[in-house]
Design a protein. Structure first.
Lengths: 357, 287
């Protein structure tokens, strides 16, 4: 059983929201759609759910034409970025809503509802009103509703993004457990996210999307080690991978007139010319012998410090493994981990990855 | 803030309130205990005689009251159904949405008395366009001169005039509903019909109750339509409470007795509307 998307396009105005998307989702597997805001993730999920009709293309599920089936007849469940519930119903009735639509037996509904509520830890809240719950609990209700439905396709559209940090971490762990459970039921799970870290943690197949186009599909490791294009490298890293124009000339990599490095051995075969160089923020380190950069912004994130640096027209972000305050325009000396340098063609295609054999 | 004269600042509002509300009510109560009529004008005191007469010896008042209940409930019910349906129709994105929204509001923007005069002409038995049209089929119903049809005529005019108001309230309510539950309901397997039953209707319950109550209060005061269209006739077959009180007080000048009827009517209305609100809340909001 699989869900096939064939050349799906959706262009409501000048810009494509979905641009010729072809994908294959197999049941029992989990997929993460990774893309920035407005990249078309939600549109894609809505199209699969049936809330939006594409301009062209087809969707097949279990050998049936999915597009000819109206939303309410598709066996799909969806959890949205906003906590969407029925404000006029209590928690229990919210979770039972999709089951009641199917005219299931009352006792069976009760059993399924209890089961779903237990999974998301909502036992004891059955008769509460939705407005009396916190954001995290409201999202749990939405999640329980989608689980209770036991749909063949479960769509999760950035379900954690509107929650506070602590809750997000907690729910993400629970998600992983829940998904393992749903593996048994052979459903397809599609999770949309803007957060590369989240995508890596969820450990499913990753689909990178930008401006309505699929840029790359593959495992988390694949996408991380061999980003197909410079854009993918930016999207799949947080902070985004530093992509800068460079010139390779006589075994040196020239980023601007003062920042020039000797290229490592594995890059020696690369002909001279213009390229894009990609360096992860984590592969930049402080080095007294290194290049002088001005600090533009410094931000502390957990146990790390992000430095936004500038050397003339050259900009980059570095992750420093310590918590330290830097002043604006303070000069720091940094160096690049040469063994972790990516090289892209000017068009953006990957030329060299340090993980390449 | 322990200002001695703070109550002085309440005076302007209080004076207005006393002048237009509290004094008239108290005066009505006092008037209802007097035998003020055109032969004996003045506030004498006759005890509960008027009330005894109203409760034991005046079927006409009670008939007019039950007639009023029937007319009010029927018209408001029809207004609610039609108004909700029209609002639901132009709520979604349809062609000429704005045009229809304005079109459905036109009856409310007209002057009720003038429109009723036009309706009277329209319903006229021998000269009206309606019967002119119906004569094609060989019938000429006596719209305003048969007791049954006269009630129907009043209901038609009332529904036509005030459905717009219901439409306006319901459309405002629909437009203020959150969009999200509808998205969820679609994915959760609710067909458009079920979506209306299980999502739209319950979400609209508080607004529905408000709209129905406003219209019920308004419809209970129905006077101008009856006055212009049938003058309570034929006989007393379309006489409503307010029309009865008007006849007693300002035609026959039985001021004391009219005050008795007014005050009794007021008490009954307060009690019955309270009960109606309770029942509606229970039925529509399932609480």
């Amino acid at each position: 059983m699989s869900l096939m998307l064939n050349h799906i396009s959706f262009k409501p105005s000048e810009e494509y929201h979905l641009n010729d998307i072809s994908l294959r989702f197999d049941s029992g597997k989990m997929y993460t759609i990774l893309g920035r805001t407005l990249s078309g993730k939600t549109t894609l999920l809505k199209t699969i759910a049936g809330l939006q009709t594409p301009d062209s293309g087809s969707i097949n599920f279990e050998d049936t034409d999915f597009l000819s089936i109206p939303v309410w007849k598709r066996n799909v469940a969806m959890v949205y970025q906003q906590f969407i519930n029925y404000p006029h119903l209590n928690v229990r009735d919210n979770v039972a809503f999709p089951l009641k639509q199917r005219k299931m037996d009352e006792n069976l509904i009760e059993k399924e509802v209890q089961e779903a509520m237990e999974k998301v830890g909502l036992i004891g809240f059955e008769s509460r009103k939705i407005q009396e719950l916190s954001g995290g609990q409201q999202q749990r209700v939405a999640l329980a509703r989608s689980l209770a439905k036991k749909a063949k396709i479960l769509l999760l559209d950035e379900p954690l993004v509107n929650l506070d940090y602590k809750l997000r971490e907690g729910l993400r762990e629970e998600f992983k457990k829940l998904f393992n459970v749903s593996d048994e039921s052979n459903s397809i799970l599609i999770y949309a996210s803007t957060d590369p870290l989240e995508a890596m943690q969820l450990n499913g197949d990753i689909i990178v999307i930008d401006e309505g186009k699929i840029l790359q599909t593959g495992t988390a490791k694949d996408v991380f080690e061999n980003p197909a294009t410079a854009k993918v490298a930016e999207i799949t890293n947080d902070p985004a991978m530093n992509i800068n124009k460079c010139l390779i000339q006589d075994n040196s990599l020239i980023m601007n007139d003062s920042v020039q490095i000797q290229i490592p051995d594995e890059l020696k075969s690369v002909p001279n010319g213009k390229y894009l160089v990609g360096i992860r923020a984590t592969d930049i380190y402080l080095d007294d012998q290194g290049f002088a950069f001005d600090v533009e912004i410094s931000e502390i994130s957990g146990s790390e410090t992000f430095l936004h640096l500038r050397n003339k027209n050259l900009k980059c972000v570095a992750t420093i493994e310590e918590v330290k305050t830097y002043n604006t325009n303070e000069v720091v000396k940094i160096n690049f981990d040469k063994s972790k340098i990516y090289l892209f063609e000017e068009s953006g295609d990957l030329r060299h990855s340090p993980y390449q054999q | 803030m322990n200002f001695k004269h703070k109550y002085v600042f309440l005076l302007p509002g209080l004076i207005v309130l006393i002048g237009i509300l509290i004094f008239p009510i108290i005066f009505t109560v006092r008037l209802s205990l007097s035998g003020w009529n055109s032969f004996n004008p003045g506030l004498d005191f006759i005890g509960l005689k008027n009330y005894i007469r109203l409760f034991t010896d005046d079927p006409r008042f009670w008939q007019s009251f039950f007639r009023l209940s029937f007319l009010a409930i029927t018209t408001v019910f029809l207004q609610y159904i039609i108004g909700f349906a029209l609002a639901h129709m132009v709520w979604k994105d349809i062609k000429f949405k704005r045009f229809f929204r304005v079109l459905f509001l036109i009856p409310m923007m007209t002057t009720p008395v003038i429109m009723t005069v036009i309706w009277r002409t329209f319903f006229h038995e021998s000269l009206g366009p309606l019967n002119d049209f119906l004569s094609i089929f060989g019938v000429q119903p006596p719209w305003l001169s048969s007791p049954g049809l006269a009630k129907v005529s009043i209901i038609v005019v009332e529904v036509w005039q005030w459905t717009s108001f219901m439409f306006l309230l319901m459309l405002a309510g629909l437009l203020s509903l959150p969009k999200e539950p509808f998205l969820a309901a679609a994915v959760d397997g609710a067909s458009p019909f079920k979506k209306f039953i299980y999502v739209t209707f319950p979400l609209m319950a508080p607004i529905s109750i408000g709209a129905i109550i406003i219209r019920l209060i308004e419809a209970s005061k129905i006077m101008d339509t009856v006055f212009v269209l049938t003058s309570g006739g034929p006989g007393t077959s379309t006489e409503t409470s307010s029309f009865f009180i008007f006849i007693k007080g300002l035609r026959e000048f039985q001021m004391g007795y009219a005050a008795t009827a007014s005050f009794t009517y007021l008490i009954i209305m307060i009690i019955s509307l309270t009960i109606i609100v309770k029942v509606l809340t229970k039925v529509l909001m399932r609480e």
